[in-house]
Design a protein around this ligand. Sequence first.
Ligand code: FAD
Length: 498
Amino acid sequence: MTNYDVVVVGAGNAALCAAIAAKEKGAQVLVLERGSVEKRGGNSFFTDGAIRVAYNNLDNIRKLIPEITDKEAEKIVMPEYNYSDFYNDLMRVTEAKSDPILANQLISKSYETISWMANLGIKFELNENQSFEQDGKLHFWGGLPLKTHNKGVGLIQKLFYKAEEIGIEIWYDSRATELMTDNDHITGVLVEKKDKVTMVNASSVILACGSFEANKKMRSENLGEEWEKAIVRGTEFNTGDGIKMALAVGAQKYGQWSGCHSIGTDYNAPKVGDFNKPGDIYKKSSFPLGLMINRNGNRFVDEGADFRNYTYAKYGREVLKQPDNTAFQVFDAKVRPLLRKEYNLEEATYYKADSLEELAQLISVDKDGLLKTIMEYNAAVQEGEYNPTIKDGKGTVGITPPKTNWALRLDQAPYYAYPLTCGITFAFGGLHVNQEGKVLNQGGEPISGLYAAGEMVGGIFYHNYPGGSGLMSGAVFGKLAGTSAAQFSKETLKFHKA
Ligand SMILES: Cc1cc2nc3c(=O)[nH]c(=O)nc-3n(C[C@H](O)[C@H](O)[C@H](O)COP(=O)(O)OP(=O)(O)OC[C@H]3O[C@@H](n4cnc5c(N)ncnc54)[C@H](O)[C@@H]3O)c2cc1C
């Protein structure tokens, strides 16, 4: 069959949330996935599953994780993270550029959407990476206490299970290439499936097929030439197809097209995401506990400017700017046991030495530069109580860049260095959608029958990003787009029958 009410392009988190929401409203739904069954699920499959939601208290969290017992709950310190906390974080990191309509929609719908996901069968668990043990209690920090069970792999498995269970049709190896229109109404989409082109008719199309992070040419044109060298952390299939298709039918570009989410990632990570190695195992997120140093032995960012959730997504760009697009995270024996789990994986590249001189030699960093930087840093560290669960203000004085929090002297052998390069996650620029996920044209009017969700929505993130917001944005706008597209299809059908 090639006639559907709603066609969803993509099969990541945003697309599957959209498809399920549309089906729940009674629409006949087709999902198109460019990858094979083995390579389905997009960037969402690769995630750590961390998901940001506005909540009031531990009871809200326990509704999503009913497995937490009363005894366990007594040992949890869960600071409130309400609408204003999320909103202020988003506005702070985006330098107040986030579109207030979209930001409000994302945040105000976050708890109801995650509850809907839980009802679909998605399992959540505590994100212990965002906690520290102190006085026998688990203290959560940074507004990100939730993750999906079994990371992105678990999320995608459950979403596919639900989609199949409720009878959503899914075509694999099926690349959407062009939107069909009639008098400014979307009428369907062209699909390339194993060298065969099929025209699929639909009253509405939801684009949820990622941004252009895996397209070297688009990266170079929009982000700058140096971005050709970035490695792609997730799927190879997000090459900007959806954005290009929408622009071709008059959609409006929106958001920060020159910006992207990128992180310092293991130097030896695959050049594009390997579907056999999901789980975000190459990231290196404990930099606030150490120093970041380039090949000249110089520091180049304030490692302790904020919790890692609020800095990691903009530090990839800083790594890319360094000589050889390379940097090293350096730690001493004191903090090594505090590093996150990814540092203990066999995939983690690292060097260990009994002295800083030896370390400099091992990692081919300018020895004098490194020794001078660390000597000056150690001398600049101020006294104060070190506390990784809060922004402890234990910083440096008189060096540039400063280290604002969590500054401990680097003075206990053995020393460790983790080499990094820049890994791109997704681009911040995309399409303009309204609060229901309808794609807007140049004049700001909805294009009849066209919706978008997930990474390809522009205008929410600028310069930076609060960790865990990508999955929430995909789910919120996916669900909204699915619901709205199903409703639109019903109305169109009524109109044609009348
Ligand atoms: C390693 C890694 C870790 C991350 N960790 C987190 C995290 O812990 N928390 C968080 O919130 N965010 C995280 N993110 C960001 C997050 O993955 C994205 O924000 C979010 O998953 C994007 O969802 P999406 O559905 O828009 O896109 P995707 O999940 O990428 O889905 C896009 C889909 O479109 C398909 N597609 C592309 N082109 C076509 C076409 N022409 N036709 C048909 N199908 C097409 C792709 O194959 C894919 O299935 C991480 C990203 C990466 C790469």
